[in-house]
Design a protein. Structure first.
Ligand SMILES: Cc1cc2nc3c(=O)[nH]c(=O)nc-3n(C[C@H](O)[C@H](O)[C@H](O)COP(=O)(O)OP(=O)(O)OC[C@H]3O[C@@H](n4cnc5c(N)ncnc54)[C@H](O)[C@@H]3O)c2cc1C
Length: 350
């Protein structure tokens, strides 16, 4: 059982910044994410793209923004549960919620902030009839632990950044890597395309285009895939088949939590504090909706700050609202660190 003050569902930018705003008010946070890493859409969909509308950053790479957000929150020692999807939300009593994940992990918190973005991402799967028989037994749609592929034969399918990046990475540790794409052209960062070209020229990977994987075979574990290339079928022996065709967002289990929904998003009260129709449960970032909602990172940051103030008021009804400027009060991390602007003194200079 994991216990905390605020349980955050979603480790995208809105969820991460929530930890900072909660930390300023001395509330601890734990974050659950279905993906193996933090960053939400920024890490999963466009880590190497520059973003131009983050206040104070004329340009910042999406992956860099996530690194900076972690750097900013780590003093508040957030807990993380990665690779698990929150599937049940129960209100046990006033100011006590329980959230259970698909792996059975129980989390208890005084308040819940849903920062689930576009919902939990689900992989696009190739239309191969028996592919589900081999999921987690040779077929994977995410690479959670690259070291598992050391010394193995791998087939990767896809034509985007993920397929290119993992081909480059696994080429160093796998026994063989074959990259298959249904077109001759790849859509990815120029640098990655160049690296894959070089790996092929150096004989370090096999590249098969235009081709598609049409069947998979094995007993308890995958042993072979079949590809169709220009009308002929060819078999390739392999230990792993990793189709990287992108992810589709699905609201998923959140849709059954009794939350008021509108157009696949959670309705919140933006005139006050971004609370949902369940008191004590808030929604911030892309997952919420209200009049004039804009699905932008900076809007998620603002919503997180207001939601944390509201939770502080709920949990401390007799305390006065305090707006703390970090320039004035500094920051005290839960890890014992302290950051503060130099103190002013009143002194006579003779
Ligand atoms: C290509 C592209 C370019 C973009 N460019 C810009 C830009 O220039 N500027 C800008 O402001 N915005 C941009 N955006 C939008 C921006 O990425 C989103 O506004 C932002 O990611 C929203 O952050 P979030 O934290 O609300 O959600 P997300 O980043 O979507 O993160 C949500 C997280 O919640 C997790 N999750 C969901 N449901 C569950 C569950 N039940 N259990 C566990 N985990 C769950 C997901 O796995 C995900 O990691 C862009 C988006 C895309 C796709």
């Amino acid at each position: 059982m994991i216990e905390t003050d605020i349980l955050i569902i979603g480790a995208g930018p809105a969820g991460l910044f929530t930890v900072f705003e909660a930390g300023l008010l001395k509330m601890r946070c734990h974050i659950i994410d279905a993906l193996p890493q933090m960053g939400g859409q920024l890490s999963e969909l466009y880590p190497k793209k520059p973003i131009f509308d983050i206040p104070g950053f004329p340009s910042v790479l999406a992956g860099e923004l996530i690194d900076n957000l972690y750097e900013q929150i780590k003093q508040f020692e957030p807990g993380f549960t990665f690779n698990e999807t929150a599937i049940h939300l129960l209100k046990l009593e006033e100011n006590l919620f329980e959230v259970i994940t698909d792996k059975g992990t129980k989390h208890r918190a005084k308040a819940v902030i849903i920062a689930g973005g576009l919902g939990s991402f689900e992989p696009k799967k190739p239309p191969i009839e028996n592919i589900s028989d081999f999921e987690e037994r040779g077929v994977s749609y995410f690479i959670k632990r690259p070291e598992d592929y050391t010394g193995k034969h791998i087939v990767i399918a896809g034509g985007g950044d993920s397929a290119l990046d993992w081909t480059i990475h696994l080429a160093e540790i796998a026994s063989s890597v074959t990259l298959i794409h249904r077109r001759n052209e790849f859509r990815g960062a120029l640098d990655s395309v160049e690296k894959v070209k070089k790996l092929k020229q150096d004989g370090k990977i096999n590249l098969i285009t235009p081709a598609e994987v049409v069947a998979v075979e094995g007993e308890n574990h995958l042993t072979k895939i079949f590809i169709e290339k220009e009308g002929t079928i060819q078999a390739i022996e392999t230990d792993y088949f990793i189709p990287l065709f992108g992810l589709v967002p699905k609201l998923g289990p959140l849709a059954d939590w009794g939350l008021e929904l509108e157009k696949n998003a959670i309705k919140v009260d933006n005139s006050t504090d971004f609370q949902t129709n369940i008191p004590g449960v808030y929604a911030v970032g892309d997952i919420n909706t209200y009049p004039y909602k804009m699905k932008l990172i900076l809007c998620g940051f603002h919503e997180a700050a207001i939601a944390c103030q509201s939770i502080y008021q709920r949990l401390n009804p007799n305390k006065k609202f305090v707006l703390k400027y970090t320039t004035v009060s500094g920051i005290e991390g839960f890890d014992g660190t302290k950051k503060q602007a130099e103190k002013q003194v009143v002194a006579t200079i003779d």
